[in-house]
Write a protein that binds this ligand. Structure first.
Ligand code: FMN
Length: 240
């Protein structure tokens, strides 16, 4: 299958609400697009995301129900759900430090490699450890005080970490949608869902968070609801 250029794929992508039930999409290509999704950058390269590829008719029905049976979910051929798994930070940090050690066996004593390993084994635990949000709050007070004298990172609270997880996962979700578009497949990102129900259907822990549900298929004639509207660039672009 010939892939579109990046600019073509970006332009082709629209939020498609109705998919053609006669046009099937290939599971393998959708999986490949998820593989491209996870090449997205992530905060501290922790990759605190998971992707659930829904293909079975029974599960599709459940997920659609949790998305209030909105057309983009109900007519989807397949669905991909991007989930934030903040609580995996410890294991993902360990995977990063193991990767660095394995790939730099001769440089384990170099300053650069020690620094990188320490980042995942000391700095990340320091940044991510929290106790019901209390440690994060104390860290914020500390950085506000430091910030009186020099630049200091103020994104240290529990909420900041949640936002960081969603930022990174949303970047991967966008990678996924553009990749799908490059193959001529359509998608619709959705945040209209009952997150508790979705977590139940996906067997996810309570502390996970649904970033986006993405309907997938091929647009039907009435699949796009209107012309694309964007606030003109002059309202959003500022050169300083
Ligand atoms: C985070 C997010 C959540 C969205 N949730 C929904 C949704 O629940 N249902 C829906 O039909 N469209 C949803 N959309 C699609 C937007 O309405 C759509 O992207 C926007 O109107 C612009 O249209 P375009 O994507 O075709 O350019 C969502 C988009 C984003 C980025």
């Amino acid at each position: 299958m010939k892939e579109k250029k990046v600019s073509e794929a970006i332009n082709f992508r629209r939020a498609v609400r109705v998919y053609d039930s006669n046009k099937k999409i290939d599971k393998k290509i959708v999986k490949k697009c998820i593989e491209q999704a996870i090449l997205a950058p992530s905060s501290d390269n922790l990759q605190l995301w998971e992707f659930y590829h829904i293909t079975s008719p029974k599960k599709l029905k459940q997920i659609s129900y949790a998305c209030f049976n909105q057309p983009a979910a109900k007519t989807s051929q397949q669905i991909v759900i991007a989930v934030v798994r903040r609580k995996l930070w410890r294991s993902r940090a360990k995977m990063n430090s193991n990767f660095i050690k394995k790939n730099n066996p001769k440089d384990l004593n170099s300053k650069k490699i020690i620094g990188a390993i320490n980042y995942y084994e000391k700095t990340i635990p320091n940044v991510y450890s929290d106790f019901f949000g209390i440690l994060g709050f104390l860290k914020l007070i500390k950085s506000k005080i430091i910030g009186l004298y020099k630049p200091a990172n103020k994104q240290v609270t529990y909420i900041d970490k949640r936002i960081a997880g969603h930022k990174s996962t949303a970047l991967a979700a966008q990678n996924f949608m553009i990749s799908m578009s490059a193959y001529g497949y359509d998608t619709c990102p959705m945040e209209g869902f009952d997150s508790d129900l979705l977590k139940k259907y996906l067997n996810l822990p309570k502390n996970s968070e649904i970033c986006m549900v993405i309907g997938c298929g091929i647009r039907s004639e009435n699949g796009i609801y209107g012309l694309r509207y964007r606030v003109p660039l002059k309202h959003v672009y500022f050169e300083k």
